[in-house]
Design a binder for this molecule. Structure first.
Ligand SMILES: Nc1nc2c(c(=O)[nH]1)N[C@H]1C(S)=C(S)[C@@H](COP(=O)(O)O)O[C@H]1N2
Ligand SMILES: [Mo]
Length: 407
């Protein structure tokens, strides 16, 4: 029999303290064993997520949806992806939460309490599409480092808050303002308080849009902790990294904001297309702004079966950053021919749109793929396969596909 090493009395004592209870057979715990009570909590319970969601990383937490889970017109918390660059802030004191507006381009910096923000400015609600710039990254080749998102890092929820514009008007912004940059309460993975996990922003024109909110509610309730409670910047249609969670400061900059993840290959792509794997000079990289046209088939789930002669009803959502989707098509022959879908207008600017189609032209039994393709108001369509390679694997807006078997 192999000899096992058991934990020492000292370690056992420390473990009992952590767990808050005597570990009755503690002397029998093998060395290096991590008691279940000390392992990561169940993320689905912790964040109130559907157990069908996929956990891509736990340090920091990154969780994505699957296409069929996003079938609802408005994304509820349980199907909303989580993308964290650092550690979720702990012990949030809502009553003492403040938002500072400072920077080179304010007349005089100002501090608002959450209560002041809520009482002083008019409230607005918009349904806003938030897609991670890296959604679809898993398909790039050569592979791109980072969370291997498939299709589920996108959401469209109702966000309620005050217009950033109204707040900036109240503060007084100088004419030389170029960009806003957010600062937030999350903690860098190194726990070094000098470092920010992420501090991004948007140009003034985007900051001043009607739909750019300092939000305190999501879907009519307090924003869930993982999504930015108690205050979040929401700039729909742009990479969701521009929508700072747990925001406590907004700096009005006289230059392009240069916070964490604004430079290098972070949320930047080659300004002109490059060959896969090619090195790109820093000055040839451009910050991602409006997200490209894209769509997702949310019903049926890939792998569905229908009987021969039966029609197949499909549906899903389509979005196009700052633009609107004006045409939606499907193909059952790998993109050789396309048929129209019905596509609804967005409920408001920057909200995703709903499409549907009734497919009754499957010629016989067998395996099919249904592809969906959206076209934006400038006539740009989704590529059928992977679009331009870039170092970090952003902006994969290839057509979504589902498998169907006619039996
Ligand atoms: N403070 C802060 N804001 C943040 C992030 C973060 O890590 N910290 N992640 C950004 C990124 S990269 C994305 S894609 C979205 C994800 O929003 P969600 O987790 O609410 O879906 O939040 C953005 N805002
Ligand atoms: Mo992101």
């Amino acid at each position: 029999m192999k000899r096992r090493n058991f934990i020492t009395k000292g370690t056992l004592g420390a473990l009992s303290t952590l767990i808050g209870s005597e570990i009755v057979y503690g002397a029998k715990i093998p060395l290096g064993y991590e008691p279940l009570a000390l392992q990561d909590p169940d993320p689905f319970k912790l964040f109130n997520k559907d157990t069908g969601m996929t956990v891509l990383n736990n340090k920091p937490w990154n969780i994505e949806a699957k296409a069929h889970l996003l079938d609802d017109k408005v994304t509820s918390n349980k199907y909303m992806f989580i993308r964290n660059n650092g550690l979720i802030p702990e012990n949030i004191d809502v009553d003492n939460w403040t938002l500072t507006i400072d920077g080179e381009s304010v007349q005089k910096s100002k501090i608002y309490t959450l209560a002041e923000l809520k009482s002083k400015f008019q409230h607005h609600t918009y349904q806003l599409t938030l897609e991670c710039g890296g959604n679809g990254r898993s398909e790039f080749n050569p592979p791109a480092k980072g969370n291997q998102w498939t299709v589920g890092a996108v959401s469209c929820a109702n966000w309620t808050g005050v217009r950033l514009r109204d707040v900036l008007e109240d503060v007084g912004i100088k004419n030389n303002a170029v960009y806003i940059g957010y600062h937030a309460a999350d903690v860098h993975l190194s726990r070094n308080p000098e470092k920010e996990p992420i501090s991004r922003g948007v140009p003034m024109a985007k900051a001043l849009q009607d739909e750019t909110l300092l939000a305190f509610q999501m879907n009519g309730e307090d924003i869930p902790l993982a999504h930015g409670h108690p205050l979040r910047l929401v700039a729909g249609g742009w990479p969701a990294s521009a929508s700072g969670k747990w925001v406590n400061k907004i700096s009005i900059r006289d230059r392009v904001h240069d916070g964490s993840k604004m430079t290098g290959t972070s949320y930047r792509v080659p300004c002109e297309p490059v060959a896969p794997g090619e090195k790109v000079a820093d000055e040839d990289m451009c910050i991602i702004e409006s997200m490209p046209v894209k769509s997702l088939i949310t019903y049926p789930k890939s792998g569905a079966m229908i009987k021969e002669g039966q029609a197949l009803n499909i549906r899903g959502h389509a979005w196009a950053g700052e633009l609107e989707v004006t045409k939606m098509e499907y193909s059952i022959d790998f993109g050789s021919t396309w048929n129209p879908c019905t596509v609804e207008r967005p409920i408001n600017r920057l909200a995703w749109q709903h499409f549907s189609a009734r497919i009754n032209n499957f010629p016989k039994k067998g395996y099919y793929e249904v592809w969906a393709r959206a076209t934006d108001s400038q006539g740009v369509s989704q590529p059928m396969l992977l679009p331009g390679w870039n170092p970090k694997g952003y902006l994969n807006n290839a057509c979504h596909r589902i498998a169907i078997k006619v039996v």
